[in-house]
Design a protein around this ligand. Structure first.
Ligand SMILES: [Zn+2]
Length: 119
C-alpha cells in the first residue's frame, strides 16, 4: 500500500499514513492529538529536493518498538525517535536516506527479479 503524507489541522505536524489508494483522500487522524488531518500533497510531490520540513515530519509507518529507541538513535543519529516509537525527520534528505537504509519500498518494484534458488 502506498504511503500518504498528511498534515494535522490542529497541531500542524506532518505524518504519514499507509492506506489503500482508494482511500487516499479520506481524512486521517493525527498521531499526536488525534485531530483531523488532511493530505499534504506538497510532501508527496516527487523530487522535492533537500528541503527542511517546516515541522518535524513524524512517520508512524516507519515506527519502531520504543525499546529499540536507543539502538536506533545510535545507528541513525539524524532520525528522531518519538516516545511511542514513531520516527521524526527534519528534512527530505534524511527521510529519503533512511528509506534507502532500511530498504523501504514505496511502490512495488516494476521489474520483479526472478527468485533464485540457493543450491
Ligand atoms: Zn495534531
Amino acid at each position: 500500500m502506498p504511503i500518504y503524507s498528511c498534515i494535522c489541522d490542529e497541531c500542524v505536524i506532518k505524518f504519514e499514513v499507509v492506506k489503500p489508494m482508494i482511500q487516499s483522500d479520506k481524512i486521517a487522524f493525527c498521531p499526536r492529538c488525534n485531530g483531523k488531518a488532511r493530505r499534504d500533497y506538497q510532501t508527496d510531490l516527487p523530487n522535492s529536493g533537500n528541503k527542511n520540513y517546516p515541522k518535524l515530519f513524524v512517520s508512524e509507518a516507519l515506527g519502531i518498538h520504543p525499546d529499540e529507541a536507543a539502538e536506533h538513535r545510535k545507528r541513525y543519529p539524524n532520525v528522531e525517535v518519538l516516545p511511542e516509537g514513531q520516527l521524526g525527520f527534519h528534512n527530505v534528505s534524511d527521510h529519503k536516506k533512511h528509506l534507502e537504509a532500511i530498504n523501504w519500498q514505496k511502490k512495488p518494484a516494476k521489474n520483479k527479479r526472478k527468485s533464485q534458488k540457493i543450491s
